[in-house]
Design a protein around this ligand. Sequence first.
Ligand code: LR7
Ligand code: MN
Length: 586
Amino acid sequence: QKFPAEPAINEGGLEKFNEIQKQIIQGLEGTPPKAVVVKQPKIENNQEKEVPPKPIKGPANKYDLEIAADLQKIENDLGAGGKAVKLFGSELQEAEEIMKKEAFNLFVSDRISYNRTLPDVRDPLCKDLTYDRILPSASVIIIFTNEAWSPLIRTIWSVINRSPAQHLKEILLIDDFSDRVDLQGKLERYIETQLPSKVRLVRLKERQGLIRARLAGAKEATGEVIIFLDSHCEATLGWLEPLLQRIKDDKRAVLVPIIDVIDDKTLEYYHGSPESFQIGSFTWSGHFTWMDIPKREIIRRGSRVAPTNSPTMAGGLFAIDRQYFWDLGSYDEGMDVWGGENLEMSFRIWMCGGSLETIPCSRVGHIFRSFHPYTFPGNKDTHGINTARVVEVWMDEYKELFYMHRGDLKTVDIGDTTSRKKLRKQLKCKSFKWYLDNVLPDKFIMTEHSKGYGRVMNEAFGKKLCLDNLQHNEDQPYNLGQYPCHAQMAMSQVFALSKRGQLRREESCAEVQDNISAEGPVRMVNCQLEPSEDQKWTLSENGEIIHLQTGKCLDRGNNMGQSDVTVRECNNGPSQIWKFDHFYTQ
Ligand code: LR7
Ligand code: MN
């Protein structure tokens, strides 16, 4: 396949940071990408028309009334074209009550057509691409546990309506032991009377969690390619062909579409501008994050619409050659409920000879919910435990960086990982160091890329204070603070002085404005790949941390507790002397 040259190359480089401590079970994986979101897309190019629902034929069934009643609730122009639905007054109140339970606006979703039209959100360059007439066939696997009716049905219709029939072998619905009433007999009846026969439902007899539910789906699948989707997605025009084409060209390419945001309150289909979509990364705390496409990758791929190498994936939406899925070790069956499988699969793909790519001309919307509207049996931190399994099997010596954040998991029972370690050997996978060097070369590795790290302590006035992020959200700039030192490593107090001279955390760096007067704040902002002068610091022999551009010293002031640190004229006083837990002298 040939990809058109692109008219403009954008800036890459900024990486975003997400702080672990605030959520353990409430995973970050549910957060939307930080692409520049352009609201309410244009719909000029949209050729789509509503597909009318079928009248129910055959002998009546007790569910037919319910199915008909559902259709009555639908207002065909509501939300059409991916537009936002706004509510007022008592409707708004009712919707807000429902959102507390469902984690998104089910009230609105129930009234929007199951096969609403969507705008064509693709990069205009996608129109120049052509695909083979014969492509591998696809099994789309949609897993769910207690998903609400309307988003599930809309997901299915979006796939049927926007996939060329000859490429879509089947849609497999895997019910992970839901107990919602409408997902029982009514769902079978709906499939039987309303949906094409290629839609099949598989019920799991026990709650398996999303990882084993996907495995069950993959075992059922007969298509050459399997594509997993969450149960609250909407596929857009042309989403399927570029995925199948790429796998036809290279069976070891595992693919993700651009994941667009469907607003959880208005059900508006947002789309980012095509040049600014993001790819996946991870934090040392074991969370998936989004990052901008690095410059080197923009150059390598050659075209804005060419496959874009992605270090990790969000996990829910991806396409893989079915045989390759099994050859590569499918999933870790020891993982429960939710979380971690996406990083496991990402590392495994790259380290064991495959590639993970975002396909820019394939776009699928996803409702990013604010919490999980389902149970976690045993109330376990499955994200943490599953991630510890990932770390033990795949991260080699770098697992220490994870345990710095999650010391608690060192003593938790994570089950047996022997078979996964064996798999890694059998597949002759490369090391995690290889992955870091080759797939994520800009990732900051505190233990390797710094002159010093750990707590940064000041002992003036007989009371120890340490640099502290004071629980600020690292996504936004904040003032660097200080706080009484914790006895044990607490993530809020871990800082490093990088070899490039940045006083930093995983993705945020200390910066000082050069126009400050006698005393000024220290701002924590996104780290620059090549630090500019205002992000450079040095440690003097007697322990002053000096901001190079202003020549001022990091100063505790006369504070005795939680407060902001500042920079001031260096005076060799005790409030300007700092000590790193670990410091290398070169
Ligand atoms: O026990 C369960 N059984 C299930 O079948 C728990 C969940 N599920 C189903 C659920 O109904 C849904 O269809 O699994 C799917 C994913 O669950 P979500 O929607 O609660 O997860 P999420 O969207 O918050 O989380 C993302 O990260 C997860 C890590 O385990 C999974 O990989 C999700 O599939 C993944 N979602 C996406 O990648 C969509 C884009 C979100 C982002 C970023
Ligand atoms: Mn989801």
